[in-house]
Ligand binder design. Structure first.
Ligand code: ZN
Length: 158
């Protein structure tokens, strides 16, 4: 499925998109520019353009059983957070191998040389990646202080 073929909905201050069930992520694909041309990565969908994200990029990813990403990559300025949603796998960063499963959450600094593989013989490995420029939040307090309450009683329109 083409990345622009998703159901989306927007309001003044929100956007919603529907990517479907995790086991159907393999219907998406993404073309990565390489030195030799383009390489198609199956099971990957970037959400930024669908949601109109302006400060981070987010992707949902899936690898079939016993398959791995056949290359390392790193970033120039973005840090990445990986959230494993389903399956069993191994993450490799700068030669360190980390066993991951549902609920594993990793932060990788821009310079970390990373790759990932699915170690299950039967189940897809599914994960979310959020990337954003490193060093934007000087402290946890500044992030939390950005949220402010709205003085309004909660009401659910029926
Ligand atoms: Zn990356």
């Amino acid at each position: 499925m083409n990345q622009s073929n998703m159901t989306s909905m927007t309001g003044d201050n929100y956007a919603v998109t529907q990517v479907g069930a995790w086991e159907q992520l393999d219907r998406f694909s993404y073309e990565v520019p390489t030195a030799k041309g383009k390489m198609t990565v199956a099971g990957k969908v970037f959400l930024g353009q669908h949601l109109g994200l302006t400060s981070c990029e987010t992707s949902l990813n899936s690898l079939p059983p016993n398959q791995g990403i056949p290359f390392y990559h790193k970033h120039q300025q973005n840090e990445e957070m990986y959230v494993v949603l389903r399956g069993q796998g191994e993450f490799q960063v700068d030669g360190d191998v980390i066993t991951v499963t549902e609920g594993s959450v990793l932060r990788i600094a821009p310079a970390g040389e990373r790759t990932l593989r699915n170690t299950s013989a039967t189940e897809a490995l599914v994960w979310l990646v959020v990337q954003a420029p490193a060093g934007q939040y000087p402290s946890l307090e500044s992030e939390i202080a950005d949220g402010v309450g709205v003085r309004k009683r909660v009401n659910w329109p029926t």
